[in-house]
Design a protein around this ligand. Structure first.
Ligand SMILES: C[S@@+](CC[C@H](N)C(=O)[O-])C[C@H]1O[C@@H](n2cnc3c(N)ncnc32)[C@H](O)[C@@H]1O
Length: 225
């Protein structure tokens, strides 16, 4: 099959329901200008994040991996006026660019970007008994995805939706002999879902303007804490 069809259909869908305005296209431009890799979600996936957020009445959102703030802006736009989004980013340069983009989007009041390693920051939220998040988007480095997912559950309430991006990796997850640390990281998370009683989860396979990939979509069950 002509793979261009996936791209054309993705554009058809975004034209209907996920049109990028100048603020969002300027984020993509800012990445090119600042020599930052183009690793943002697609417009359709930004919209999917909004749909999922609204379905769980999300007022408090946590993101792992800000990059230039593209997905952050999609999500912050779906927050109610008293909503809050905390986004974690390890790279100071990326976080500075993201802060500029978020200011440009008029969302600085709602978005709090924290710079540091997600694995260092998340346990501090648990220690401080941070109020549970309603929606959590995991899109940082892949090797500790299982640990991120477990920490995310600890920071959730019943009904919290957790999304983990890039878990299919052009089908490389099927390779049992892979030595790619990103593939190994997502294989470990995907496998852990088999017996994870704390969530009701699926993996959505995705094609479109970005490479063939997929995302975990999980809803947190009633937790016995
Ligand atoms: C795929 S990009 C995020 C894209 C962004 N969510 C979007 O769609 O616009 C992954 C980001 O995670 C950040 N990152 C990598 N390792 C991290 C870590 N240990 N803690 C926090 N952020 C990390 C990277 O610097 C990069 O900006």
């Amino acid at each position: 099959m002509d793979e261009k069809i996936f791209e054309r259909v993705d554009n058809y869908i975004s034209d209907i329901s996920a049109q990028e305005d100048k603020i969002l296209s300027d984020v993509i431009k800012s990445l090119a200008e600042e020599n930052i890799p183009q690793m943002s979600v697609s417009a359709n996936h930004g919209k999917l994040l909004q749909v999922l957020m609204i379905s769980c009445n999300a007022k408090r959102v946590l993101e792992l991996g800000t990059l230039g703030g593209y997905s952050t802006i999609w999500m912050a736009r779906a927050l109610p006026s008293n909503g809050k989004l905390i986004s974690l980013e390890i790279d100071k340069h990326y976080s500075d660019v993201a802060k500029r983009n978020i200011k440009n989007a008029g969302l600085s009041e709602k978005v709090d970007i924290r710079v540091g390693r997600a694995l260092d920051i998340l346990p501090t939220f648990i220690e401080k008994k941070e109020e549970p998040f309603d929606f959590i988007f995991i899109d940082a480095d892949k090797p500790p995805y299982t640990e991120y997912f477990e920490l995310a559950i600890k920071l959730s309430r019943e009904g919290t939706i957790i999304v983990c991006d890039n878990v299919i990796r052009e089908g490389k997850v099927l390779d049992d002999n892979s030595s790619d640390e990103k593939v190994l990281g997502v294989q470990r998370l995907n496998e852990s879902l088999r017996k994870n009683k704390n969530v009701t989860a699926t993996i959505l396979q995705t094609v479109g303007v970005k490479e063939h990939d997929g995302m975990v979509v999980a809803v947190v069950n009633r937790l016995s804490k």
